[in-house]
Design a protein around this ligand. Structure first.
Ligand code: IPE
Ligand code: IPE
Ligand code: MG
Length: 254
């Protein structure tokens, strides 16, 4: 599509979006970088790099729309199975990204958060992340939540371990373990559950992402690969979401 036509399409889609029915929390599985690169005869790394452009476009669009929370799956606990060179590259990306983008995120009043076990990341990456957490902690705008070395099962086990330790020491009774209490021990802490999950790349699975939190999330899949995913696709996902009827097990219309 020509860039002029794309802009026109984006403007029309934006006009159709209802500000009152925006998803408060959008979660995204950023998938398809490797296939995008392979299709072009490029190394997988080129796909990950191209994916950063999509990330920036989606963040800007979320910010402009006024979405409150965006959670992005950047590296799973299973992604360590990949070749060492790819893991090393993926581990260097957060630092590189933050080095270039932190100032612009600060100017947007964005709060950066993370999920997952950061202590297993290289020290320079941890430093870059901690610096970004610190620099945006007092902001009050959109929350940008990066899932890094994150796995839903691991997150649930960590919560169970912490709760079990409290029961053992006597500061919590088993009957006090409610859904709300449990959710408070997850990496999402006090954040509301995602309203919309977007997964590009054609895979129809969750891949260990937010297993507890996705209980009633609306799911949106597309075959588009993450580096090809543009503002228009994001807007389309939100428009589709706005047409869904969420029932949470109840009935809306008799
Ligand atoms: C997503 O793209 C990036 C990460 C999982 C870190 P992939 O690297 O999984 O791309 P495909 O699925 O091989 O195309
Ligand atoms: C999920 O994608 C993890 C991230 C996007 C960070 P994968 O590419 O790892 O998922 P599978 O292996 O296809 O399920
Ligand atoms: Mg993948």
């Amino acid at each position: 599509m020509l860039s002029r036509d794309r802009k026109k399409n984006e403007t029309e889609l934006t006009r159709l979006i209802s500000a009152e029915k925006l998803p408060g929390h959008v979660a995204i599985i950023m998938d398809g970088n490797g296939r995008w690169a392979r299709k072009r005869g490029l190394p997988r790394i080129a796909g990950h790099r191209a994916g950063i452009n999509t990330l920036k476009e989606v963040i800007t669009c979320s910010y402009e729309l006024g979405i409150s929370i965006v959670t992005l799956y950047a590296f799973s606990t299973e992604n360590w199975k990949r070749p060492r060179w790819e893991v090393e590259f993926l581990m260097s990306l957060p630092g590189e990204y933050l080095h270039k983008e932190l100032q612009s995120l600060i100017e947007k009043n964005i709060i950066i958060k993370t999920m997952g076990n950061l202590e297993q990341l290289p020290e320079v990456t941890q430093r870059a992340i901690n610096n970004a957490l610190e620099a945006t902690r007092d902001n009050s705008g959109m929350i940008l939540n990066f899932a890094l070395n994150y796995g839903g099962r691991n997150e649930i086990l960590n919560a169970v371990r912490k709760i079990a330790a409290r029961v053992k020491e006597g500061s919590l009774k088993t009957e006090e373990i409610s859904e709300d209490l449990f959710a408070g021990y997850l990496d999402t802490g006090g954040l509301p559950d995602p309203d919309l999950l977007i997964r590009p790349s054609g895979e129809l699975r969750i891949s260990n992402f937010l297993l507890w939190q996705l209980a009633y999330t609306e799911l949106w899949f597309t075959r588009i690969l993450w580096p090809d995913f543009k503002k228009e696709h994001f807007l389309k996902a939100i428009l589709d979401y706005q047409e869904r009827e969420r029932r949470f097990g109840g009935i809306n219309k008799l």
